[in-house]
Design a protein around this ligand. Structure first.
Ligand code: ZN
Length: 455
């Protein structure tokens, strides 16, 4: 430990965060023991049946708390309702999506039965990128700011030098795996925090809130978390995914994303008789790739708000070759510019070899949620108020990727992403602070009250 002036008492951000943390930690440690890894390319939905082991347990625990309608549906989604304690009649269901939000009515003028239904969403599956079975979580009490080594694999080390977030967590209690598996905080931290918030609210019926809807989704890590998400059945007016990272953050921006495939048709013929006749599509594809900018516009050379054009896969032979790209940007116009660049390069290649046929197909993947959240400013304001009440300074952040909330927002349910407190996702060095989990849970408890009371 450091000097005597350093306090070793755990730095909770608020009394509520301290009060809920032990329950949330206990839930988290239980949930991470259940293997819920999803699997790319599986024909089933959910992609792995073992995800249901956790989904069923969560539904059972929610029913045990008194959320009587908690159930797992045929696609593996858990949904449940915590009825309003104030004004909002349980039978009335959610207000029409958008209606209560865009009216801009002040709390005084808004009838109490139009308190928006708030949705809280987390995913039960864990990433296929590292082992998710036999998770042995351990709690490091009062982290001293030094290197963290892992009992199961001495080659794994978390160094504060490469990890500035760690340095900000001196004195916190940190949870990690033993270094041989994921921890699974992505997103069992979000699951435990929502469960902890529900457990607190059911035992504090004096706290005012509207109708709350909970959803735990499968297969988020393989990009299919919203595939069967029934927005109508969910019936929320506004929602939050609890699947972010650093304490205090609200992620209100995602990339806008498209996939682009360029197919080049050449002409194959026996190489012995090919002179003047063969058109090798592989070489034309290489020509196109060679025309991409050498500096910038790639994931390996950009960060922050810079977008990219990224060749993901090449498939082909002399006769025909397909190049698969993903293009990403936070700005819709710049995204269109990246798509246009690929069309132009395809045209240049086609112009250089008129016997080849080059076609370009652009498919829209998801859009920056900011475009949709802009119409619902209260969504972010309420989250910022809640984060402040939990004792943290809110910070808006952009994700260089997508979230399930990006797709939900595009479909009409504004859904930014709230922090969980977890770090180093998808790696065996994943870690989370118990104090931050308490703060995340306190944020959710404040959030539903902000929507009911503050307007
Ligand atoms: Zn996640």
């Amino acid at each position: 430990m450091g000097t005597v002036t350093e306090t070793s008492s755990a730095p909770f951000t608020s009394p509520l965060a301290a009060e809920v943390a032990p329950d949330v930690l206990e839930r988290f440690l239980r949930y991470v023991r259940i293997d819920t890894q999803s699997q790319e390319g599986s024909p089933a939905y959910p992609s792995t049946a073992k995800q249901l082991d956790l989904s069923r347990l969560l539904a059972e625990e929610l029913r045990g708390m008194g959320l009587a309608d908690a159930a797992v549906d045929e696609h593996g989604y858990v949904m449940a309702t915590l009825p309003a304690t104030l004004g909002h009649s349980a039978a009335a269901g959610g207000a029409q999506a958008g209606g209560a939000l865009s009216s801009g009515a002040s709390p005084e003028s808004r009838p109490v039965d139009t308190i928006p239904t708030v949705g809280l969403v987390a995913h039960v599956d864990t990433s296929p990128e590292a082992r998710g079975r036999d998770v042995k979580a351990r709690v490091i009490q009062e982290y001293d700011g030094g290197e963290i080594r892992f009992p199961g694999d001495p080659t794994q080390v978390l160094r504060p030098a490469d990890n500035p977030d760690l340095l900000r967590h001196r004195g916190h209690d940190l949870v990690t795996s033993d270094g041989t598996t994921l921890l699974g905080a992505d997103d069992k931290a979000g699951v435990a925090e929502i469960m902890g918030a529900m457990a607190y609210l059911v035992t504090h019926p004096e706290l005012p809130h509207g109708r709350i809807r909970i959803a735990f989704t499968p297969d988020e890590e393989i990009g299919l978390g919203t595939k069967h998400f029934d927005l109508r059945k969910f019936g929320a007016d506004v929602a939050y995914t609890v699947d972010g990272s650093t304490a205090g953050e609200i992620q209100d921006e995602t990339f806008s994303a498209s996939s682009v495939s360029v197919t080049i048709r050449g002409h194959n013929i026996h190489p012995g008789y090919a002179k003047g006749k063969m058109v090798n599509s592989i070489k034309l594809a290489a020509d196109l790739l060679g025309r991409l900018p050498r500096e910038g516009l790639s994931p390996e050379s950009t960060e922050g708000r810079a977008g990219y054009v990224h060749p993901m896969a090449v498939e082909g032979s002399v006769e025909e070759t397909t190049l698969r790209f993903i293009v990403r940007d936070f700005d819709a116009e710049r995204l269109a510019g990246h798509e246009a660049l690929l069309r132009r390069l395809a045209d240049e290649v086609a112009a250089g070899e008129p016997r080849a046929r080059v076609s370009v197909v652009v498919e829209r993947s998801y859009r920056n949620m900011k475009e949709y959240l802009a119409a619902h400013p209260r969504t972010l304001r309420a989250a910022e108020t809640a984060i402040r009440r939990a004792g943290l300074e809110p910070r808006r952040a952009a994700i260089r990727g997508g979230t399930d909330g990006a797709r939900l927002s595009e479909q009409g349910l504004p859904t930014p992403n709230l922090f969980t407190g977890a770090h180093d996702y998808h790696s065996v060095r994943e870690w989370i602070s118990v104090q931050d989990m308490g703060a995340a849970t306190a944020t959710l408890i404040h959030l539903v009250q902000v929507w009911a009371v503050d307007g």
